[in-house]
Design a protein around this ligand. Structure first.
Ligand SMILES: C[S@@+](CC[C@H](N)C(=O)[O-])C[C@H]1O[C@@H](n2cnc3c(N)ncnc32)[C@H](O)[C@@H]1O
Length: 258
């Protein structure tokens, strides 16, 4: 089971370090999202598959900074990821973390913004997932999904070192067509943006991602292949002090009135 990976204590505690989101990149997402949010003073936000709460915390700080009232619910099915999130968001006063599968999450309220980062590829049934979100969003609300398209996955450099991982990711990531068609069938209008998160980072920091098997697909290949591939990557990466971590992502924004 892929989702068992998120129950691993070692994996979840290393996640906020090896999969860290910088504020500048988050700002690029918010610049697009805010354009589509209605001019309100108070917002209810749901972070679906919030994991270790990195985005949950950034969302909280963003709305506080804008002097807008916000209440954020972070929902995740993994208690281990949520333990880390509790710690990471402890200074954010407007966040509630909830352990639940999104498919069985039935709050009384509706949300103005439903945000979900790197989670939709873990969902088996896209239709069922978006039907659930459709039930949770307010009439003028916005759904924002951060994920990779198949093209973006094919273009990503590191897959060539780890045979099999690209195929796993292509198989579990939904095509743009499937995401678009499913949302449109529920009456949503969709916008799609590419966000280039690529950055030059220290080579050691880059290797840490792979040494911790922080991309979950690295935990889905046999250990022998993983270690052999890691050695090849290590030799290549340590030739220079810094490397480009190429990471182009897609932001889908869906709303009934956008
Ligand atoms: C790759 S992590 C992304 C975490 C976070 N959104 C981020 O971008 O840093 C995916 C998260 O989705 C959660 N998840 C997967 N399927 C879920 C479901 N059906 N309901 C709730 N959470 C789920 C996992 O437990 C994991 O914490």
């Amino acid at each position: 089971m892929v989702n068992d990976i998120f129950l691993n204590k070692v994996y979840s505690s290393s996640y906020p370090f090896t999969r860290k989101i910088n504020k500048k990149i988050f700002g690029d997402y918010m610049e697009k999202i805010i354009e589509h949010l209605k001019d309100k003073k108070t917002f209810k936000i749901l972070d679906v598959g919030c994991g270790t709460g990195q985005f949950t915390s950034l969302l909280s700080n963003y709305f506080d900074y804008k002097e807008l009232e916000v209440e954020i619910d972070g929902v995740d099915s993994s208690p281990e990821m949520l333990k880390v999130a509790e710690e990471l968001t402890r200074n954010d006063r407007n966040i509630k973390l909830i352990e639940s599968d999104i498919l069985s999450f039935k709050p009384k309220q509706k949300y103005d913004l439903i945000f979900s980062s790197e989670m939709i590829h873990l969902v088996d049934d896209t239709q069922e997932f978006f039907e659930r979100l459709n039930n949770l969003i307010s009439m003028d609300g916005v759904i924002a999904i951060r994920t990779s398209t198949h093209k973006q996955l094919y273009e990503r450099e590191w897959y060539k070192y780890f045979p099999g991982t690209l195929l796993i990711d292509i198989t579990r990531h939904k095509s743009s067509y499937e995401i678009k068609a499913t949302l449109e069938s529920l009456g949503f209008i969709l916008k799609q943006y590419e966000i280039d998160e690529s950055e030059q980072i220290n080579s050691r920091e880059y290797l840490n991602i792979f040494e911790n098997r922080s991309y979950s697909t690295l935990r889905l290949i046999p250990d022998s292949i993983y270690y052999e591939s890691l050695n090849k990557l290590r030799k290549e990466v340590l030739k220079t002090d810094t490397v480009i971590k190429d990471y182009k992502m897609t932001l889908y924004i869906a709303g009934k009135e956008i």
